[in-house]
Ligand binder design. Sequence first.
Ligand code: NAD
Length: 440
Amino acid sequence: MSIEIGVIGMGYVGLTTALTFTSLGHIVHCYDNDTEKMARLARGEIMFFERGMEDALSSALTNSLLKVESGLAGGMLLSDIFFICVGSPPNEDGTVDISYVERAVSDLSIVLADVDDFRVVVVKSTVPPKTTVDVLGPLLSGISGKRIGVDVSICMCPEFFREGTSLMDSLHPDRLIFGTSDERSLSLLKKLYFPIDAPRFYTDPTTAEMIKYGSNSFLATKISFANEMANLCEVMGVDVDEVFEGISADARISPFFFTAGAGFGGSCFPKDVRGMVETASKKGVSMKLLRAVLEVNDVQYLRIFEKLTSLGELEGKKVAVLGLSFKSGTDDIRGSRSTLVVAELLGRGAMVSVYDKRALNNFRKIVFAGQVEYAITIVQALKNASVAIFMTDAEEFYLLTGSDILTLMAEPVVVDTRRIFAPGDLDGIEYHAIGRPRGP
Ligand code: NAD
């Protein structure tokens, strides 16, 4: 049975969702209110880097499976099911701004008012628990005039992919969560996801929302825990990776995500943990552990500067910051710790050179215009630098040798936040790593 799908919001989640379904042979109608993004999509261009995505887009367009629509009416309404994939950024006070999701649901509800057949709306955006049932459902029925569960249905299916491997993760997820309130929408979702081999969890929308917030909060907790352990390992004279290898051998503890470094960033973890804390607080529940997770994260990047005290003042010294995205494998700089590091370096009067194979253009567009050197090669960034700070574990950094660094840099001091180099790799270089014993 062929199901036509509508996707609203064509950012990371929307495009991944759309291309997941086109690769399963479905027709997907997509819409974003950013007209430039839509024009580029129609030409096969993607506004961000994701492995394998350009090929998937090209194939979807060539096979006429992806229909780039200019509004929510017209072709979009051929969809049996609509996925809401718009952003849910943080407000200043840390609460979640659901206005984009509300707007998308309202706009869709207006056009659905004139549709006679049953339709399903699926919220994929991350929204605080109860949003789907208490806010979006009433909006949908109020504006469209349709009865929820009878003429129209609203569900919540959170997304768990990792940027950098989003398409692979979406086609081969660890699990699928279906947060539904009626049999009809659940049966459609089951058909749609039939080819995807993953454990399924059938629940209600609010539980689905909690699962998403709980998952991200726990992953962020693992990172803050790893960072606190790393900070202690340094003074205890042991290597944090070795410690976590031993810890992870316990079958009760998953080995993933104990990634000590400069702290977590990105568009999800900081805002979702904060969103969880604020949502709980509104209900009179204090999430002490998650507050501590954020507190640890907020200052972790400053460990880098504690390692540079031997250098004295940074004023006038060239510092290379290598890795600008919030993690390797993406060009997404949202919430990147490198932004904080660069701001701190500039505040201390350093001459900053920044490098990232993929994220340089995003960094150039948004932050520190004219204040830093945007190096287009690692060599340019390192040349005559006094300090090199490795912020991500990008593959190309592993190719650098001690002699490259000695030849290029002025008075080489290396801060390795992700332990790219093995102890002993950088003889003759002042080397500091997060989570490794401090030097003499
Ligand atoms: P994004 O900023 O990349 O994309 C959002 C898109 O929605 C933008 O292109 C924007 O133009 C569009 N948009 C906003 N309002 C619209 C409207 N009314 N109509 C049509 N389009 C509209 O965001 P993203 O990273 O794809 O995240 C989307 C949601 O998914 C968020 O709630 C996020 O928390 C969640 N999420 C993100 C990830 C991730 O790794 N990026 C993973 C899981 C869940």
